[in-house]
Design a protein around this ligand. Sequence first.
Ligand code: CP
Length: 309
Amino acid sequence: MSELSVNHLLGIKYLNKKDIQLIFETADHFKEVINRPIKKVPSLRDITIANLFFENSTRTKLSFELAEKRLSADVINFSASQSSVKKGETLIDTVNNILSMKVDMVVMRHPNPGSGIFLSKHVKASIINAGDGAHEHPTQALLDSYSIREKLGDVKGKNVVIVGDILHSRVALSNIFALKLQGANVKVCGPKTLMPKHIEKLGIKVETNLRDALNWCDVANMLRVQNERMEISYFPSTREYTQQFGVTKNLLDSLDKDIIIMHPGPINRGVEITSDVADSDQAIILDQVENGVAIRMAVIYLLASKIKQ
Ligand code: CP
C-alpha cells in the first residue's frame, strides 16, 4: 500500500511529488464521501486529534475540525487566548499536557515560523502545520493545487501567478513549493517592497506589471496584504496599492483570455480584488474552501495510517 514519505506535515518543502499525488488521490475518494447523504466514514474511530490555534482562523480551523469529525476521530479544540498559555506555560509543556490525555495527532497554527518543526522534535505525536507565521501553510497549498487540478485537469505546465504581499505570506511559499514540484510555471507579482530578496532562486519569475502577469497566466492566486505582520509601511497608501495590484472586473474583462481567480481568504474586498471579481464565475474561492475539507481528510487519514503501524 502507498504511504506518505513523512510522519508529520510540517511544510510542502518536506514532501515529494508522489506524496502530493497520493494526497490528491485520497482526497478524490473523500470528496466523493462528503458529497454523500451520510458524509461520515469510521476510518479514525481510534484516533484523537487536538487542534491548537495560537492565532486566529476561520477556514483552516473549521475545515480541520470538520475533516476530523467526518473521519470519526475524537476531537479536542484549544484556543491560546482562553488557555494557561496566558499564565506563562511553554509550548512544549502545553502540548505534553494535552498529549498525556492520550492524544495522537496535533494540528497547530502558530505565529512563529518553524514552531511545528520545533514541536515535532520535542513531543511524541504526529504534527500538522496549519500555518506557522510567514513560513508555510501546507494544507492551503495542497487544496489550491487540488482546485487547479480539478478545474484545469492538471497542474503540470500551467501558468500560475501569485499576486500581492509575497514577503509576509506563508501561502505564497507553500504554493511555490507545491506548484514547482508538480511542474507548473510560477510567477509572483506585487510591489518590490513586498517581494522577498532572491525569491527567483526558488525557480520562479518576478513580474511587477499586473496586466502582463494576468495576460501570461492561466490562474491568478490573489493574496491579502497582511497588515498584521507589518511594522512599517511598504507602499504609500491602500488606494495606490489597489490601483497597481488590485484586480477589477474591467481589468479581467480586458484580458486576452478567461483566467481563473483564486484567493486563500480572508478577502479584503475592494483592495486586492473587487467584489464583482470575487463573486464572478471566474473565481473558484468557495471551491477552494470545499476542497479544503477533502484535502485535510486525506492528510489526516494518511498520517494516521502511519501512527497505527
Ligand atoms: N486561508 C486561511 O488560512 O484562512 P484562515 O486564516 O481563516 O484559516
